[in-house]
Design a protein. Structure first.
Length: 273
């Protein structure tokens, strides 16, 4: 009986120790700013004021700061805040969130005003009042591009605020078909935007293959905002699978005799026909 009690006591101690073990995840960093850390999976978490920044291999303090494309192990406290980030330049596993971590994911936490006091113009499509205080909001925009996007292309956002500069905002590539950017934008901003590959001729088109109207973003009060967009095609390529005629700037003309400036020296310039 005594041996059994001792065995049960030891087992209970192990269970309690496991239950009190800190919860952590690993992945690749997308952004670290404003008291939040985001991974390339799109998951964001609050960061504790005294977060420890360590080297993942040595578990000792490091002068390196969290930055996009680094890998990290995030450890949480009981309140769901990240209290330790172990940085690594070597890849760490990126996988689905454990159930124990899901409650810690940052979600919109808008302090909605009294609906009876909110002007009707500030109600969203679902009739929920929105509040605009002008406070900065951390906005993450992720876009999926079509499979016929040329390899090595850079994707940009062009906006009405930039005078439709086709290279106004450069996005970071996260895999073959997805790009992402995180920016701080003031609440109350109304932004019209489109995606490009750097020129007006490479602007996105709609799913019907025609020029699309600009997207519209209305930013209300919240801690963070995540936006997921899809580009169905590019103006110079057409929808995926379509047969697009050569564009004027892709064949030699009297006005553009050398449209292939990156050809190796000594090779003749391609001519149609």
């Amino acid at each position: 009986m005594t041996r059994r009690l001792r065995a049960l006591g030891a087992l209970l101690a192990v269970v309690l120790l496991a239950a009190s073990a800190p919860v952590s995840i690993t992945g690749q960093l997308l952004a670290y700013q404003g008291g939040f850390v985001f991974f390339t999976t799109g998951d964001g978490f609050r960061v504790a004021p005294g977060v420890r920044i360590l080297d993942n291999a040595t578990k000792k303090p490091t002068s390196e700061q969290p930055a996009p494309r680094l890998y990290a192990r995030a450890t949480f406290d009981a309140q769901g805040r990240v209290v330790e980030l172990d940085l690594s330049r070597a890849p760490l596993p990126v996988g689905p969130l454990p159930e124990a971590v899901e409650p810690f994911v940052v979600a919109a936490s808008t302090p909605f005003p009294d609906p009876e006091l909110a002007p009707a113009s500030r109600l969203n499509a679902q009739g929920v009042p929105r509040h605009f205080s002008g406070k900065p909001v951390l906005v993450t925009i992720t876009v999926q591009v079509p499979p016929n996007t040329p390899f090595g292309s850079q994707v940009y956002i062009t906006t009405d605020a930039s005078g439709w500069n086709p290279q106004a905002i450069a996005l970071d590539r996260i895999d073959a078909l997805h790009f992402r950017i995180t920016r701080r934008i003031d609440s109350g901003t109304i932004l019209h935007y489109l995606y490009t590959r750097g020129t007006l001729q490479t602007e996105e088109i709609g799913q019907n293959g025609l020029r699309r109207t600009p997207r519209r973003l209305v930013l209300s009060d919240t801690d963070v905002r995540a936006i997921d967009d899809i580009v169905y095609g590019w103006a110079d390529l057409g929808p995926p699978g379509s047969l697009q005629a050569p564009q004027p700037n892709t064949i030699p003309t009297p006005f553009n005799p050398n449209p292939f400036p990156n050809l190796p020296p000594g090779l003749p310039t391609p001519h149609p026909g």
